[in-house]
Design a protein around this ligand. Structure first.
Ligand SMILES: C[S@@+](CC[C@H](N)C(=O)[O-])C[C@H]1O[C@@H](n2cnc3c(N)ncnc32)[C@H](O)[C@@H]1O
Length: 308
């Protein structure tokens, strides 16, 4: 049976923790150190993974966290996860019409969860000090999204975009029909290039480097960036955390794209069976290239970049 999207998001949380680029992350936390209040928006929040992370890494007396996602079911999971995280930190938690509030002494965390697509969400100019986008920018058009973020950010506000796919997936050990798998991976990457939202291309398979270029072109500064590759490889014959679940989900995504592109059904079934079997014996490895970027808002003008 396939892995549900919600289970996939849960399984990749520890993998993401291991993979986030530490110097970029430290630059974020160092820049925000000492703040008395902070208003954060996490776009494409899913089950609230990044909000949970912010809760753990930011020591801010007045913290407002807004999570935006188009899937209501995932936002319910986010509410539960954040309630639990707040309680674990000793906050008294109460529900609010939009989410929940946590209080502990003179500290207050307000969580708002918004069920909407990005283009339907509106906020006053300068409403946020930090916008985060985790594993999200490859599935939305870059320029219009960045224009929105620039508008919503306060002067000097930060944009922390993490786990941006950047165009390389490698499987280990090499498949016996290496050419078949090469085509399959190319098809997987191409499906990201073909994706359209409101008729516009999205960050796609080279999201990381495109995002870097667009941010600079729109007048953001980029104080830190670096790779956040997923190393989903066995260590001493065993997978770390829930990596086997991530591998199963990723094989499913690849197979679905190959089916849509009408790959030979028998060859595809065979490939999937071999790769699944290699998960059972903890032999399959996957390395996926991704980038993290920390950007700061300054002046802002857009361009039109094309990175092949
Ligand atoms: C790959 S998941 C990442 C979820 C989460 N950030 C994480 O990494 O754990 C992308 C999320 O973005 C949401 N999403 C995709 N397109 C969206 C849009 N245009 N507006 C709002 N949410 C969107 C999906 O529902 C999904 O939860």
């Amino acid at each position: 049976m396939g892995v549900s999207f919600a289970d996939y998001l849960c399984a990749k949380y520890p993998l993401d923790e291991r993979s986030l680029n530490r110097p970029v992350y430290r630059q974020l936390t160092a820049t925000l150190a000492g703040r008395q209040s902070l208003r954060c928006l996490d776009v494409g929040t899913g089950n609230g993974a990044m909000l949970k992370r912010l809760l753990e890494c930011l020591d801010v007396p007045q913290l407002a966290l807004t999570g935006l996602d188009q899937q209501a079911g995932l936002l319910n999971d986010a509410a539960s996860a954040l309630e639990q995280a707040l309680q674990q930190q000793g906050y008294a938690v109460a529900p609010t019409p939009q989410g929940l509030t946590g209080r502990r002494g003179d500290k207050c965390v307000e969580v708002e969860l918004v069920n909407a697509v990005l283009t339907d969400f509106s906020a006053l100019p300068g409403s946020f000090d930090l916008i985060t986008a985790h594993a999200f920018m490859d599935i939305v058009p870059l320029q219009p999204s960045l224009r929105r973020f620039a508008d919503w950010l306060a002067p000097g506000g930060l944009f922390y975009a993490t786990l941006n796919y950047d165009g390389d997936t490698a499987l280990f050990p090499l498949y016996r029909d290496a050419v078949f798998e090469q085509w399959l991976l190319a098809c997987y990457d191409e499906s990201m290039e073909q994706r359209r939202v409101d008729g516009l291309a999205t960050g796609g398979r080279r999201c990381g480097r495109r995002l870097h270029a667009e941010l600079l072109a729109m007048g953001f500064t980029v104080p830190a960036y670096g790779s956040s590759d997923w190393h989903i490889t066995p260590v001493n014959g065993a997978y770390q955390d829930a990596d086997d679940v991530c591998l199963r989900a990723l094989l499913d995504f690849m197979r679905a794209e190959a089916e849509a592109a009408r790959f030979d059904a028998a060859a595809l079934r065979q490939w999937h069976a071999v790769r699944l079997q290699q998960i059972e014996t903890a032999q399959l490895g996957m390395i996926i290239h991704q980038l993290d970027l920390l950007a700061a808002k300054s002046g802002a003008q857009s361009t039109g970049f094309h990175i092949p």
